[in-house]
Write a protein that binds this ligand. Sequence first.
Ligand code: GLU
Length: 453
Amino acid sequence: MSRPALPRPVFRFAPSPTGLIHVGNARTALLNALLARRAGGSFILRFDDTDAARSRTEYADAIAADLAWLGIPPDLTVRQSDRLADYGAAAERLKAAGRLYPAYETEEELELKRRLQRARGLPPVYDRAALALTDADRARLEAEGRAPHWRFRLAHRIVTWDDGVRGPQHVDTANLSDPVLVRADGSYLYTLPSVVDDIALGVTDVVRGEDHVTNTAVQIELFEALGGPVPRFAHHNLIILPSGEGLSKRLGHLSVSALREAGEEPLAVAAAAVLVGTSHAVEAVESLEALMEKVALPAISRAPARFDPEDLSLLTARTLHMMPYAAAAPRLEALGIGGGAAFWSAVRGNLSRFAEAQEWWQVAATPRAGLLAEEDRAFLAEAATLLPAEPWDGATYPAWIKAVKAASGRAGKALFHPLRRALTGRDTGPELAALLRLMGRARVAGRLGGAEA
Ligand code: GLU
């Protein structure tokens, strides 16, 4: 593959399309996307789909849709299943360099070795018996019908990196088993394809969950063996449920799609996913750019990030309350809601879900009868006669209320509550002042008179 000229730094999110992504995966995706965006770099979506039996196109499509919904569409999408030839070429180069060797043990034989090592108080590290095989041994094993799997010969040295979250790290690879890169059936485990792709795509930064920290020393050796530059690594804490349980893609925990269907705001999901388990408070933000300014790898805690789904609804409401009209406008339009910025600023403070804007638009703009108590009819009829002539402006409502107050002698709840019920059919809602202007005189007068207006 010729390397696309992507602006640097280059970040990537590399899910396996074996399920829907959850909030924890969204954390990884957002950190990568926002760090890339802030640095003027690139964000790649890479589907780790070498496991043909478990990978599904539907999941890949759903993941891409989830990223778009979160506001972080990738600059480039690649699929590992398209790139098998490159992995084969890399494996051949490693073989030629003596870094990839065939081993023939069965899973049972390996398990027996590990048990014996443990019994002798030794760590269960692969003993490299396969390195001692002669050509004749290999020929005999293959004649017995055994196909080799292929292990990467580690350099047995101290590998170091400066982790963006965890600080300086060092691992002695002499304590690790030589990892299997290619299975006996010729399929690749995650390690080699990931490194080959990171080199081919010029990835400069790998930000991923700390469940991958144990892979890093091996991958660094592999980057070096393949002659690629080693990217910067950062391993963030994982999101857990209030029960302490980790999130599982397989169990469908907190999937981004389910949160979208439940009416949560993408920006609220993004803020929660990025800010939970950091030194920042989890709070609503006005835009993805504002969230981007808050992202800081060193602010990420080492302890797991406890995420309470209950908190998300509140964050969605707060996100709506501060949402600028420009952000709401295309969505209002898609729902057939008019009223412009005046409508949005009138109702946003009352929304707990975006879709509720539609109900308030109906209150403001479609004929309906209000709720009139018998004992309020005379008061409301009088209030209607006091309505100023149009055009209405910001001074209309206070002037009208003043006049209604003076004429009726009513104040407080006795004044406002019947007006609100007659005009909106509800006990609570947005400021009447703003709604009134959206409704216009004829509708207001009609509803005060008990008509469907
Ligand atoms: N496919 C791996 C995962 O989903 C990617 C890990 C990585 O970012 O290197 O966990």
